[in-house]
Design a protein around this ligand. Structure first.
Ligand SMILES: [Zn+2]
Length: 342
């Protein structure tokens, strides 16, 4: 955040995707690797984005071939990643299982290696996916034998075709999230549901210097995510926030054209900047969080190694996770996340 003199000079290349304002404050001028990346926050509503915006074609190319390699160092998932993705897929399923009916058609946008689609199909749902990474979508089709197309959701022209669309860690990468949500709304049947999971702008679990990187064009907090969904013609049904202001998951339902604003955005800019100002490197490393993270990662790594050792195939790993994690109805695992019905 800049001082008053510097702020007067701040201009943005693109207006706010949520409220169309051009009044912004600069949050950061570097990404997590120390490269130039200017991140701004809308002073009117609190939406955060990279400005100037990275070239759209470069972003698409980046996701098609480089994203997985850059972030995980692999093009085909290792067994421990398949195990981890299966556990994550079941956690995501459990958040929406009461909303699913057996005959429901579901589209997972940004389906990656297809583990979530595989789990849902195994649990009896009519699920398919789409994702830009050629290697991962081919893995989904050829190894897991599930229908995952290679491509971008914006290129789909499926009108009123799905009961549920899921977007896990996808919306923050899109250059026009508002238009994407409206496009998804058109793909949903009447009263269809949309599940969106994104990183949280208020996250205090991560190291403050790792907050922004070039792959995330937008960063949301619960208020801006709900407001964006409502502006695109949805009603918010529920939200979940992971511990330490972690990932936000929101469930929306398609509604009529009339706009519904349940969120007060007037104080949101002040709310976010206050949280970010308090979350300094000094405070972060004096807290238990970084040390707890190391412990959690170490325990998870050992558990993954033990869990995958006895399996020959990736589908054996996923099937075992489904069998052990999908418990009889009425037994809900407590993840420590904050859940609110809206
Ligand atoms: Zn705004």
């Amino acid at each position: 955040m800049l001082n008053e003199t510097e702020r007067n000079q701040v201009e943005c290349d693109v207006p706010c995707n949520l409220c169309n304002s051009t009044a912004v404050d600069v949050l950061s001028v570097k990404d997590r690797k120390g490269n130039d990346l200017r991140t701004v926050i809308c002073e009117k509503c609190g939406l955060i984005w990279s400005d100037p915006r990275p070239n759209e074609e470069l972003i698409k190319e980046f996701y098609s071939t480089e994203y997985r390699r850059e972030y995980k160092g692999i093009a085909r998932p290792k067994k421990k990643h398949v195990y981890r993705d299966a556990k994550e897929a079941i956690r995501r399923y459990r958040f929406i299982e009461d909303l699913l009916a057996r005959e429901d058609s579901l589209l997972d946008i940004g389906a990656g290696n297809g583990v979530f689609v595989y789990c849902l199909r195994k649990l009896g749902f009519n699920a398919e996916g789409i994702g830009p990474d050629e290697n991962l979508s081919r893995y989904a089709r050829e190894v897991l034998h599930v229908p995952v197309k290679t491509g971008f959701a914006a290129d789909l022209r499926d009108e009123e075709s799905y009961d549920i669309v899921t977007l896990h860690h996808v919306l923050e990468h899109m250059t026009d999230p508002s238009a994407e949500l409206k496009n998804i709304r058109a793909m949903l049947k009447q009263h269809g549901k949309l599940v969106v999971e994104v990183p949280n702008a208020e996250d205090t679990w991560q190291d403050p210097k790792n907050r922004y990187h070039k792959a995330h064009v937008y960063t949301f907090n619960p208020e801006t995510l709900i407001a964006l969904g409502e502006c695109a013609g949805f009603r918010a049904l529920r939200k979940r926030i992971a511990p330490h202001n972690g990932n936000i998951t929101a469930v929306f339902q398609k509604r009529g054209r009339c706009l519904h604003n349940s969120v007060d955005l007037n104080t949101n800019y002040a709310k976010i900047t206050t949280i970010l100002r308090r979350h300094t490197n000094y405070r972060h490393f004096l807290s238990v969080v970084p040390y707890k993270k190391i412990l959690v990662s170490a325990v998870a790594a050992v558990a993954e190694q033990i869990a995958v050792r006895k399996f020959f195939t990736d589908t054996e790993i996923i099937d075992t996770v489904i069998d052990s994690e999908v418990k009889p109805e009425g037994t809900t695992a407590n993840s420590g996340a904050y859940v609110e019905m809206l």
